[in-house]
Design a protein around this ligand. Structure first.
Ligand SMILES: Nc1ncnc2c1ncn2[C@@H]1O[C@H](COP(=O)(O)OP(=O)(O)OP(=O)(O)O)[C@@H](O)[C@H]1O
Length: 326
Protein backbone atom coordinates (compact mmCIF):
# COMPACT_ATOMS: atom_id res chain seq x y z
CA UNK A 1 0.00 0.00 0.00
CA UNK A 2 1.09 3.55 -0.66
CA UNK A 3 1.42 5.55 2.56
CA UNK A 4 -0.74 8.65 2.85
CA UNK A 5 2.14 11.03 2.16
CA UNK A 6 2.80 9.46 -1.23
CA UNK A 7 0.82 11.29 -3.80
CA UNK A 8 3.39 10.56 -6.49
CA UNK A 9 4.17 7.15 -7.85
CA UNK A 10 7.34 8.52 -9.41
CA UNK A 11 9.16 11.71 -8.65
CA UNK A 12 12.47 12.98 -9.95
CA UNK A 13 14.21 16.16 -8.97
CA UNK A 14 17.03 17.80 -10.92
CA UNK A 15 17.86 14.45 -12.45
CA UNK A 16 20.90 14.52 -14.66
CA UNK A 17 22.77 11.98 -16.72
CA UNK A 18 25.56 12.38 -19.25
CA UNK A 19 27.16 9.76 -21.44
CA UNK A 20 30.76 9.84 -22.51
CA UNK A 21 30.99 9.57 -26.27
CA UNK A 22 33.83 9.90 -28.73
CA UNK A 23 32.67 13.44 -29.45
CA UNK A 24 32.51 14.53 -25.84
CA UNK A 25 29.89 14.22 -23.15
CA UNK A 26 26.34 13.84 -24.29
CA UNK A 27 23.71 15.24 -21.96
CA UNK A 28 20.87 12.72 -22.02
CA UNK A 29 18.87 13.95 -19.02
CA UNK A 30 19.32 17.55 -18.02
CA UNK A 31 17.82 18.48 -14.65
CA UNK A 32 14.57 16.60 -15.13
CA UNK A 33 11.73 17.18 -12.66
CA UNK A 34 9.17 14.48 -13.28
CA UNK A 35 6.03 13.82 -11.24
CA UNK A 36 3.76 10.90 -11.95
CA UNK A 37 0.56 10.83 -9.87
CA UNK A 38 -0.53 7.62 -8.16
CA UNK A 39 -3.21 5.88 -10.23
CA UNK A 40 -4.01 6.34 -13.92
CA UNK A 41 -2.02 6.30 -17.13
CA UNK A 42 0.79 8.84 -17.38
CA UNK A 43 2.23 9.47 -20.84
CA UNK A 44 5.95 10.20 -20.82
CA UNK A 45 6.34 11.95 -24.14
CA UNK A 46 9.26 13.30 -26.08
CA UNK A 47 10.94 13.03 -29.47
CA UNK A 48 13.55 10.36 -30.19
CA UNK A 49 16.62 10.87 -28.08
CA UNK A 50 14.98 13.21 -25.55
CA UNK A 51 16.00 11.04 -22.59
CA UNK A 52 12.95 8.88 -21.87
CA UNK A 53 14.69 5.51 -21.87
CA UNK A 54 17.63 6.87 -19.90
CA UNK A 55 15.25 8.23 -17.25
CA UNK A 56 13.40 4.93 -16.99
CA UNK A 57 16.65 3.00 -16.78
CA UNK A 58 17.81 5.22 -13.92
CA UNK A 59 14.52 4.74 -12.06
CA UNK A 60 14.91 1.00 -12.34
CA UNK A 61 18.51 1.00 -11.20
CA UNK A 62 19.78 -0.02 -14.65
CA UNK A 63 21.78 3.18 -15.14
CA UNK A 64 23.34 5.50 -12.60
CA UNK A 65 22.41 9.18 -12.42
CA UNK A 66 25.16 11.79 -12.34
CA UNK A 67 23.11 13.80 -9.87
CA UNK A 68 19.57 14.52 -8.71
CA UNK A 69 16.99 12.62 -6.71
CA UNK A 70 14.42 9.97 -7.57
CA UNK A 71 11.58 8.48 -5.59
CA UNK A 72 9.19 5.63 -6.27
CA UNK A 73 6.12 5.67 -4.02
CA UNK A 74 7.98 8.11 -1.83
CA UNK A 75 11.00 5.86 -1.33
CA UNK A 76 14.36 7.18 -2.51
CA UNK A 77 15.79 5.08 -5.31
CA UNK A 78 18.10 3.45 -6.18
CA UNK A 79 18.97 3.40 -2.45
CA UNK A 80 15.67 1.84 -1.35
CA UNK A 81 14.85 0.12 -4.64
CA UNK A 82 14.96 -3.33 -3.02
CA UNK A 83 12.04 -2.22 -0.80
CA UNK A 84 9.83 -1.06 -3.67
CA UNK A 85 10.93 -3.29 -6.50
CA UNK A 86 8.21 -5.83 -5.76
CA UNK A 87 5.65 -3.10 -6.47
CA UNK A 88 7.10 -2.26 -9.87
CA UNK A 89 6.74 -4.12 -13.15
CA UNK A 90 8.60 -2.85 -16.20
CA UNK A 91 9.25 -3.57 -19.83
CA UNK A 92 12.28 -1.68 -21.00
CA UNK A 93 13.65 -4.05 -23.61
CA UNK A 94 11.94 -6.92 -25.42
CA UNK A 95 11.77 -9.72 -22.91
CA UNK A 96 13.12 -13.13 -23.87
CA UNK A 97 10.56 -15.87 -24.16
CA UNK A 98 11.06 -19.42 -25.41
CA UNK A 99 9.74 -19.44 -29.00
CA UNK A 100 8.63 -23.09 -28.97
CA UNK A 101 6.82 -22.92 -25.63
CA UNK A 102 3.25 -21.75 -25.35
CA UNK A 103 2.41 -18.38 -23.81
CA UNK A 104 1.05 -20.15 -20.73
CA UNK A 105 4.18 -22.29 -20.36
CA UNK A 106 6.44 -19.26 -20.67
CA UNK A 107 4.49 -17.49 -17.95
CA UNK A 108 4.45 -20.57 -15.71
CA UNK A 109 8.23 -20.79 -15.90
CA UNK A 110 8.53 -17.13 -14.99
CA UNK A 111 6.01 -17.50 -12.15
CA UNK A 112 8.09 -20.33 -10.75
CA UNK A 113 11.30 -18.33 -11.07
CA UNK A 114 9.91 -15.40 -9.09
CA UNK A 115 8.02 -17.60 -6.66
CA UNK A 116 4.52 -16.62 -7.68
CA UNK A 117 1.65 -19.14 -7.52
CA UNK A 118 0.55 -20.78 -10.78
CA UNK A 119 -2.96 -19.37 -10.32
CA UNK A 120 -1.61 -15.95 -11.23
CA UNK A 121 -0.81 -17.18 -14.74
CA UNK A 122 -4.49 -17.62 -15.60
CA UNK A 123 -5.30 -14.24 -14.11
CA UNK A 124 -2.65 -12.30 -16.01
CA UNK A 125 -3.55 -14.06 -19.28
CA UNK A 126 -7.11 -12.84 -18.73
CA UNK A 127 -5.96 -9.32 -17.84
CA UNK A 128 -4.09 -9.04 -21.14
CA UNK A 129 -6.76 -10.73 -23.25
CA UNK A 130 -4.59 -13.73 -24.07
CA UNK A 131 -6.62 -16.56 -22.55
CA UNK A 132 -7.79 -17.86 -25.92
CA UNK A 133 -4.28 -18.04 -27.33
CA UNK A 134 -2.48 -19.16 -24.17
CA UNK A 135 -2.01 -22.68 -25.53
CA UNK A 136 -0.34 -21.52 -28.75
CA UNK A 137 3.40 -21.37 -29.19
CA UNK A 138 5.03 -18.00 -28.61
CA UNK A 139 6.54 -17.98 -32.10
CA UNK A 140 3.07 -18.00 -33.66
CA UNK A 141 2.04 -14.82 -31.82
CA UNK A 142 1.63 -11.48 -33.58
CA UNK A 143 3.83 -8.61 -32.39
CA UNK A 144 0.91 -7.20 -30.43
CA UNK A 145 0.33 -10.53 -28.68
CA UNK A 146 4.03 -10.83 -27.89
CA UNK A 147 3.91 -7.41 -26.34
CA UNK A 148 0.81 -8.32 -24.34
CA UNK A 149 2.56 -11.47 -23.10
CA UNK A 150 5.40 -9.22 -21.95
CA UNK A 151 2.86 -7.11 -20.08
CA UNK A 152 1.31 -10.29 -18.64
CA UNK A 153 4.75 -11.28 -17.34
CA UNK A 154 5.13 -7.95 -15.53
CA UNK A 155 1.72 -8.46 -13.91
CA UNK A 156 2.62 -11.78 -12.31
CA UNK A 157 3.73 -10.16 -9.07
CA UNK A 158 0.75 -7.74 -9.00
CA UNK A 159 2.71 -4.49 -9.25
CA UNK A 160 1.19 -1.14 -8.30
CA UNK A 161 3.35 0.68 -10.84
CA UNK A 162 3.90 -0.46 -14.41
CA UNK A 163 6.57 1.15 -16.54
CA UNK A 164 6.40 0.54 -20.26
CA UNK A 165 9.04 2.00 -22.56
CA UNK A 166 7.58 2.52 -26.05
CA UNK A 167 5.30 -0.54 -25.81
CA UNK A 168 3.62 0.18 -29.13
CA UNK A 169 6.85 0.34 -31.17
CA UNK A 170 6.43 -1.60 -34.38
CA UNK A 171 2.80 -2.49 -33.78
CA UNK A 172 0.03 -2.07 -36.35
CA UNK A 173 -3.04 0.02 -35.45
CA UNK A 174 -4.89 -3.02 -34.10
CA UNK A 175 -1.92 -3.94 -31.91
CA UNK A 176 -1.65 -0.35 -30.65
CA UNK A 177 -5.33 -0.41 -29.81
CA UNK A 178 -4.94 -3.65 -27.83
CA UNK A 179 -2.04 -2.27 -25.81
CA UNK A 180 -3.95 0.93 -25.11
CA UNK A 181 -6.97 -1.04 -23.93
CA UNK A 182 -4.72 -3.15 -21.71
CA UNK A 183 -3.13 -0.06 -20.15
CA UNK A 184 -6.56 1.47 -19.56
CA UNK A 185 -7.77 -1.69 -17.85
CA UNK A 186 -4.73 -1.78 -15.57
CA UNK A 187 -5.22 1.85 -14.60
CA UNK A 188 -8.91 1.27 -13.97
CA UNK A 189 -7.88 -1.43 -11.49
CA UNK A 190 -6.13 1.31 -9.51
CA UNK A 191 -2.59 0.83 -10.79
CA UNK A 192 -0.26 3.49 -12.12
CA UNK A 193 0.93 3.04 -15.68
CA UNK A 194 3.91 5.10 -16.83
CA UNK A 195 4.21 4.76 -20.58
CA UNK A 196 6.79 6.41 -22.78
CA UNK A 197 6.32 7.25 -26.41
CA UNK A 198 7.67 9.54 -29.09
CA UNK A 199 4.37 9.30 -30.93
CA UNK A 200 1.87 11.40 -29.11
CA UNK A 201 -1.21 10.00 -30.84
CA UNK A 202 -0.42 6.55 -29.49
CA UNK A 203 -0.91 7.54 -25.87
CA UNK A 204 -2.91 10.76 -26.03
CA UNK A 205 -6.23 8.96 -26.00
CA UNK A 206 -5.40 6.77 -23.03
CA UNK A 207 -3.27 9.06 -20.87
CA UNK A 208 -4.89 10.78 -17.88
CA UNK A 209 -1.85 12.98 -17.45
CA UNK A 210 1.29 13.55 -19.48
CA UNK A 211 4.80 14.90 -19.15
CA UNK A 212 6.39 16.27 -22.29
CA UNK A 213 10.17 16.34 -22.34
CA UNK A 214 12.71 17.67 -24.79
CA UNK A 215 16.49 17.37 -24.57
CA UNK A 216 16.26 15.82 -21.15
CA UNK A 217 14.16 18.62 -19.65
CA UNK A 218 10.52 18.88 -18.67
CA UNK A 219 8.63 21.13 -21.09
CA UNK A 220 5.07 20.65 -19.88
CA UNK A 221 3.18 18.45 -17.45
CA UNK A 222 -0.42 17.91 -16.37
CA UNK A 223 -3.69 16.82 -17.89
CA UNK A 224 -3.99 16.98 -21.64
CA UNK A 225 -6.71 19.63 -21.31
CA UNK A 226 -4.59 21.78 -19.02
CA UNK A 227 -1.59 21.66 -21.32
CA UNK A 228 -3.63 22.43 -24.40
CA UNK A 229 -5.61 25.08 -22.52
CA UNK A 230 -2.44 26.98 -21.61
CA UNK A 231 -1.75 27.56 -25.26
CA UNK A 232 -3.71 30.24 -26.99
CA UNK A 233 -6.02 29.34 -29.79
CA UNK A 234 -5.50 30.33 -33.38
CA UNK A 235 -7.78 31.92 -35.95
CA UNK A 236 -8.28 30.42 -39.39
CA UNK A 237 -8.94 32.90 -42.16
CA UNK A 238 -10.50 32.15 -45.54
CA UNK A 239 -9.86 34.92 -48.06
CA UNK A 240 -9.68 35.31 -51.85
CA UNK A 241 -6.17 36.78 -51.84
CA UNK A 242 -4.22 35.01 -49.09
CA UNK A 243 -0.91 36.51 -50.26
CA UNK A 244 -2.05 40.10 -49.80
CA UNK A 245 -3.79 39.23 -46.52
CA UNK A 246 -0.64 37.59 -45.22
CA UNK A 247 1.38 40.75 -45.96
CA UNK A 248 -1.11 42.95 -44.13
CA UNK A 249 -1.31 40.71 -41.07
CA UNK A 250 2.43 40.08 -40.89
CA UNK A 251 3.08 43.83 -41.17
CA UNK A 252 0.89 44.25 -38.07
CA UNK A 253 3.09 41.85 -36.14
CA UNK A 254 0.86 38.78 -36.30
CA UNK A 255 2.24 35.27 -36.77
CA UNK A 256 0.69 33.87 -39.92
CA UNK A 257 1.04 30.49 -41.61
CA UNK A 258 -0.55 28.75 -44.56
CA UNK A 259 -2.95 25.91 -44.04
CA UNK A 260 -4.34 24.30 -47.14
CA UNK A 261 -5.32 27.51 -48.95
CA UNK A 262 -6.32 29.26 -45.72
CA UNK A 263 -4.27 31.42 -43.41
CA UNK A 264 -3.87 30.58 -39.75
CA UNK A 265 -3.05 33.38 -37.34
CA UNK A 266 -1.38 31.95 -34.24
CA UNK A 267 -1.29 33.48 -30.82
CA UNK A 268 -3.72 35.82 -29.17
CA UNK A 269 -5.29 36.97 -32.39
CA UNK A 270 -8.62 38.69 -31.93
CA UNK A 271 -10.93 37.79 -34.85
CA UNK A 272 -12.40 41.29 -34.85
CA UNK A 273 -8.94 42.83 -35.16
CA UNK A 274 -8.11 40.55 -38.07
CA UNK A 275 -11.31 41.47 -39.91
CA UNK A 276 -10.69 45.15 -39.27
CA UNK A 277 -7.04 45.07 -40.42
CA UNK A 278 -7.93 43.27 -43.61
CA UNK A 279 -11.02 45.34 -44.38
CA UNK A 280 -9.06 48.60 -44.07
CA UNK A 281 -6.88 47.25 -46.88
CA UNK A 282 -9.86 46.34 -49.03
CA UNK A 283 -9.58 42.65 -48.22
CA UNK A 284 -12.75 40.86 -47.10
CA UNK A 285 -12.78 37.50 -45.34
CA UNK A 286 -15.27 34.83 -46.34
CA UNK A 287 -14.43 32.59 -43.41
CA UNK A 288 -13.14 33.20 -39.90
CA UNK A 289 -12.93 30.38 -37.39
CA UNK A 290 -11.31 30.05 -34.00
CA UNK A 291 -9.30 26.85 -33.89
CA UNK A 292 -8.21 25.28 -30.66
CA UNK A 293 -4.69 23.94 -30.59
CA UNK A 294 -4.59 20.14 -30.33
CA UNK A 295 -2.09 18.37 -28.09
CA UNK A 296 -0.31 17.31 -31.26
CA UNK A 297 0.43 20.88 -32.29
CA UNK A 298 1.39 21.82 -28.74
CA UNK A 299 3.73 18.83 -28.63
CA UNK A 300 5.32 19.74 -31.95
CA UNK A 301 5.59 23.34 -30.89
CA UNK A 302 7.19 22.54 -27.55
CA UNK A 303 9.63 20.08 -29.05
CA UNK A 304 10.31 21.92 -32.30
CA UNK A 305 13.79 22.99 -31.21
CA UNK A 306 14.64 19.41 -30.46
CA UNK A 307 13.47 18.25 -33.87
CA UNK A 308 15.68 20.86 -35.47
CA UNK A 309 18.56 20.14 -33.14
CA UNK A 310 18.38 16.41 -33.81
CA UNK A 311 20.37 16.89 -36.98
CA UNK A 312 23.16 18.68 -35.20
CA UNK A 313 23.56 16.73 -31.96
CA UNK A 314 23.08 19.77 -29.78
CA UNK A 315 23.19 17.87 -26.51
CA UNK A 316 26.96 17.58 -26.51
CA UNK A 317 29.29 19.27 -24.08
CA UNK A 318 33.07 19.54 -24.24
CA UNK A 319 34.74 16.54 -22.63
CA UNK A 320 35.97 18.45 -19.61
CA UNK A 321 32.82 19.46 -17.68
CA UNK A 322 30.27 17.14 -16.03
CA UNK A 323 31.05 13.87 -14.32
CA UNK A 324 30.56 10.62 -16.19
CA UNK A 325 28.34 7.79 -15.17
CA UNK A 326 28.01 4.44 -16.78
N1 LIG B 1 24.68 4.13 -23.78
C1 LIG B 1 24.71 5.34 -24.35
N2 LIG B 1 25.87 5.93 -24.70
C2 LIG B 1 25.91 7.15 -25.25
N3 LIG B 1 24.81 7.92 -25.50
C3 LIG B 1 23.63 7.39 -25.17
C4 LIG B 1 23.50 6.08 -24.59
N4 LIG B 1 22.18 5.84 -24.37
C5 LIG B 1 21.52 6.94 -24.81
N5 LIG B 1 22.37 7.87 -25.28
C6 LIG B 1 22.03 9.20 -25.80
O1 LIG B 1 21.30 9.89 -24.80
C7 LIG B 1 20.25 10.65 -25.39
C8 LIG B 1 18.91 10.20 -24.80
O2 LIG B 1 18.64 8.88 -25.25
P1 LIG B 1 17.37 8.04 -24.76
O3 LIG B 1 17.48 6.68 -25.36
O4 LIG B 1 17.25 8.14 -23.30
O5 LIG B 1 16.19 8.85 -25.43
P2 LIG B 1 14.70 8.41 -25.71
O6 LIG B 1 13.88 9.62 -25.44
O7 LIG B 1 14.37 7.18 -24.97
O8 LIG B 1 14.71 8.15 -27.27
P3 LIG B 1 13.90 7.06 -28.12
O9 LIG B 1 12.50 7.58 -28.24
O10 LIG B 1 14.65 7.11 -29.42
O11 LIG B 1 14.02 5.75 -27.42
C9 LIG B 1 20.37 10.44 -26.88
O12 LIG B 1 21.12 11.52 -27.41
C10 LIG B 1 21.12 9.14 -27.00
O13 LIG B 1 21.83 9.10 -28.21
Amino acid sequence: MADASTEWAVQTRELRKTYLTRRGRRVAVDGLDLRVPVGGVHGFLGPNGSGKTTTIRMLLGLARADSGRMRIFGRPVPHELPDVVSRVGAIVESPKFFPSFTGAKNLSLLAEAIDVGRARVETVLGQTGLTDRAGDRYKTYSLGMKQRLAIAATLLKEPDLLIFDEPTNGLDPAGIHEIRATMRRLADEGRTVLVSSHILAEVEQVADTVSIIGRGRLLASGTVEAIVGQRTAAVRVGIADPGAARDVLTASGLAVRDDDGHLVVDGEADPARITYLLATHGLYVHELTRVRAGLESVFLDLTREEHLGAQGDVGEEPATTAGVAR
